[in-house]
Design a protein around this ligand. Structure first.
Ligand SMILES: [Zn+2]
Ligand SMILES: [Zn+2]
Length: 481
């Protein structure tokens, strides 16, 4: 409850793993055209400006728990059981019920009466606010949280509900996340996927972690596509050796933050009109960056270090925020230094997908090496062979542009499904042969801790953040300008 009070003015959201969504549709959308209901449990995920209820377990009704007669009546013992199970797991209580129409559902007078009657005992017994959801016939969710303010319990609508699996299925509240107004400036874009898909994509709040060569191109693409809500997380400044790859950066930007360049670039490119990205001058490995990331509906991982990737992997599973990740590796001959090839790889991670660690996008041992500060310790790096992965960062603009484009296409596909294939798997572009290899059969290793941590939210303490040496070094450099 303490954490909930922190964002009393902030946004409300609910997230559901796809497997639970399927089970809920099966239970709630009945063949006999009657409404139904079930309780479930949630864990909180509290960001800088958003409270999200992560649903992780269904408490389906048993014999005698409910009475279905067109709509549904629940027995007191059923609610008590849900509260007991919630309290035992330090979880909150959710009531989910169905309506017989499509789209975001309003509440009937009976709905309000029922949920209001549960709100006080649920908060007292679980220390977490009561949450209500309604499912429409087209699988659109609507949600609200029952807050205790000014001595009364009142509902506050969620802005979004996201179902996260191979598909990212968003439900939006039409006032809190309004549909974009059609603009001539993105007419050709909308023609590709249609207005409804455009409304799904354009209303997303997208985090971009790392505003280097890949992140800056991702930002540009999304702004031109008509997206409006950006959270930019980066701690670095523009240096001379970035100018060959950083979109929008010029000599005049040396010493400015990469975020400042990205903000300017987004403002220039945005077809939706006034767009105000949220700048977060921090690593995602630190409290400020981590909190800001928790406010996002989806995140682009445009970093090349193991620790931030590890944190992002954690966000994808524990907090149900899908992460689209990419990396580039250039191979040079160890003796002659001649170019031998280049690969870049993109994957989205989250429930029903293999994780970054099992895909080998980073080595878990490298995470602790980085946390110890060794990757920023010149004497440690000096002792490593010249072609060691910690020393490698060759790259050219077209590699980054191609990778950024592949990342954005993964977002488009999982949100819209325009090609009827929500899951692109892991895609690897092999420069030497000029083709893309697709791996869509990979799975996490047996016992992967990320897969067992799905929707654990804030209950899995502590989050994998801390003192990041590379951020500290960057801040020292920036003070000296
Ligand atoms: Zn209802
Ligand atoms: Zn895994």
């Amino acid at each position: 409850m303490q954490s909930f009070e922190r964002i009393e003015q902030g946004e409300i959201s609910v997230a559901i793993p796809a497997d639970l969504h399927v089970a809920l549709c099966h239970h709630l959308l009945r063949d006999d055209d009657q409404e139904d209901a079930t309780f479930a449990l949630y864990r909180p995920s509290v960001g800088r400006n958003r409270f999200t209820a992560l649903i992780f377990e269904l408490i389906l009704p048993e014999e005698g728990d409910r009475d279905v007669h067109g709509n549904v009546d629940l027995q007191p013992q059923y609610f008590r059981r849900a509260c007991r199970l919630a309290a035992a797991q330090q979880a909150g209580v959710v009531l989910l019920h169905s309506h017989l129409g499509p789209g975001w559902q309003d509440m009937s007078r009976d709905d309000i009466k029922t949920e209001h009657s549960y709100s006080a005992p649920a908060l007292t017994l679980t220390d977490l606010p009561f949450v209500g959801l309604t499912l429409g016939t087209d699988e659109t969710w609507s949600a609200r949280v029952w807050e205790y303010t000014d001595d009364v319990y009142q509902r506050r609508w969620a802005a979004t509900v996201r179902v996260v699996g191979q598909q990212l299925a968003m439900s939006y509240h039409d006032q809190l996340r309004p549909r974009p107004r059609f603009k001539e400036a993105y007419k050709r874009t909308v023609t590709v996927w249609g207005e409804d898909n455009h409304a799904q994509l354009a209303r997303l709040r997208v985090g971009i972690v790392g505003l280097g060569s890949v992140g800056s191109i991702v930002a540009e693409s999304l702004a031109r596509m008509g997206l409006e809500r950006f959270v930019l997380i980066d701690f670095d400044e523009v240096q001379e050796h970035n100018l060959d790859r950083l979109l929008g950066a010029t000599q005049e930007d040396l010493g400015k933050t990469k975020i400042a360049v990205a903000q300017r670039q987004i403002a220039r490119a945005a077809t939706a009109g006034e767009v105000a990205p949220v700048p977060v001058l921090s690593g995602v490995t630190e409290e400020a960056g981590y909190q800001a990331a928790l406010d996002c509906d989806v995140i682009f991982s445009c970093v090349d270090r193991p620790w931030p990737r590890y944190v992002l992997n954690h966000l994808a599973y524990n907090h149900l925020i899908p992460v689209i990740d990419g990396g580039i590796r250039v191979k040079l001959h160890p003796v002659t230094g001649h170019f031998e090839g280049a690969d870049w790889q993109v994957q989205t991670v989250g429930p029903n997908r293999p994780c970054l660690q099992c895909l080998g996008a980073y080595e878990s041992a490298d995470v602790s090496t980085e946390r110890d500060g060794k990757l920023d310790d010149p004497s440690y790096l000096q002792g490593l062979p010249a072609d060691h992965r910690f020393k490698r960062n060759e790259n050219i603009f077209p590699f980054s542009a191609n990778l950024a484009s592949m990342e954005v296409m993964q977002l488009i596909e999982q949100v819209t499904g325009i090609a009827n294939a929500y899951y692109f798997g892991t895609q690897r572009y092999v420069y030497k042969h000029g083709y893309i290899r697709v791996h869509d059969d990979r799975k996490c290793e047996e016992g992967c801790l990320f897969q067992t941590g799905i929707a654990t939210g804030d209950t899995q303490f502590p989050p994998p953040i801390g003192h990041d040496h590379s951020v500290v070094k960057a801040r020292e450099r920036q003070y000296s300008y």
